[in-house]
Design a protein around this ligand. Structure first.
Ligand code: CP
Length: 297
């Protein structure tokens, strides 16, 4: 029976902490130029129903650095786009490759794929969750602040897949999460009811007050671009340097990227000294390498 990584809670807290420790070690090995080909001759297949820069490059470069190789599959160029069932694709790929990453519009597609896969499956983002991004985010917090347990995290913006992933992480890692979203864009009750670490705040200022970490995401995730009400609904939810001033003096700012300057962030905040967004995006590489190494070995 293969292990899958479809959501953070597929792993124990010890496994997640070990994985983050290993990601930090892999980062050092890469910076030192030390060989670490722990997945030699392994093949990763990557299915992308939606576009990607960071996730694709981190997985593709990552498996190559571990001594393996990858195959990029988009529905446009495969039989998936012509209606071959996901469960048949899962059975076929399991005969040919060693591990699969899938980014899908619907979490149910990823769950169904995994149910029919004899090899490890990784969730590369869905409408509900983005667990790979959380590995990089927790790694970035651990690197900069020492530990995540007991920290105050503020999430400001859309209560979508990133917010829901932070809710899932809050229970597992034991940090307090203050969420500020417009009322119509709150995260799903399915996730909220699973955490006793989440508090909804009336305003972004209330959420950010004395926070150790401030997080946001785009107001219109992939698939929501046509919702023209969003810019009005999210008025007042932009992260600015002035808003960050309400957090602790050594607070950090995270954003999974891509960012829309002038919407969820102003022109300057990504380059504010408190912003670790570039380090965070680089940590996608190291954390995903640690994840593949764990699942393959
Ligand atoms: N943050 C993130 O997943 O980026 P991509 O959509 O570019 O992969």
């Amino acid at each position: 029976m293969s292990r899958h990584f479809l959501r953070l809670r597929d792993f124990s807290v010890d496994e997640l902490n070990n994985l983050i420790e290993r990601a930090i070690e892999l980062k050092r090995l890469r910076h030192d130029g030390s060989p670490h080909q722990t997945c030699a001759n392994k093949t990763l297949a990557m299915i992308f129903e939606l576009s990607s820069t960071r996730t694709r490059v981190a997985f593709e470069a990552g498996i190559a650095q571990l001594g393996g190789q990858s195959i990029f599959l988009s529905p446009r160029d495969t039989q998936l786009g012509r209606g071959e069932p996901i469960k048949d694709t899962a059975r076929v790929l399991a005969k040919m490759v060693d591990i699969v990453m899938i980014r899908a519009k619907d979490q149910a597609t990823i769950d169904e794929y995994a149910r029919h896969s004899d090899i490890p499956v990784i969730n590369g983002m869905s409408n509900e969750l983005h667990p790979c991004q959380l590995l990089a985010d927790i790694m970035t917090i651990v690197e900069s602040q020492g530990e995540i347990e007991g920290r105050e995290v503020a999430f400001v913006g859309d209560g979508y897949n990133m917010c829901q992933s932070f809710i899932e992480a809050s229970t597992i890692f034991g940090f307090d999460l203050k969420v500020a979203t417009p009322l119509d864009y709150r995260p799903s009750a399915k996730y909220v009811k699973c955490s006793n670490h989440v508090e909804f705040m009336d305003s972004p200022s209330d959420a950010v007050l004395n926070a150790d970490v401030v997080v946001t995401d785009v107001w219109s995730s992939m698939g929501h671009e046509e919702d023209t009400h969003r810019v009005k609904a999210f008025d007042g939810f932009q992260i600015t340097s002035n808003l960050l001033d309400k957090a602790k003096h050594d607070a950090i700012f995270l954003h999974c990227l891509p960012a829309h300057r002038g919407e969820e962030v102003d022109e300057y905040v990504l380059d504010d000294p408190r912003s670790l967004v570039w380090e965070e995006s680089g940590n996608r590489l190291h954390s995903q390498k640690a994840l593949m190494e764990f699942l393959l070995n």
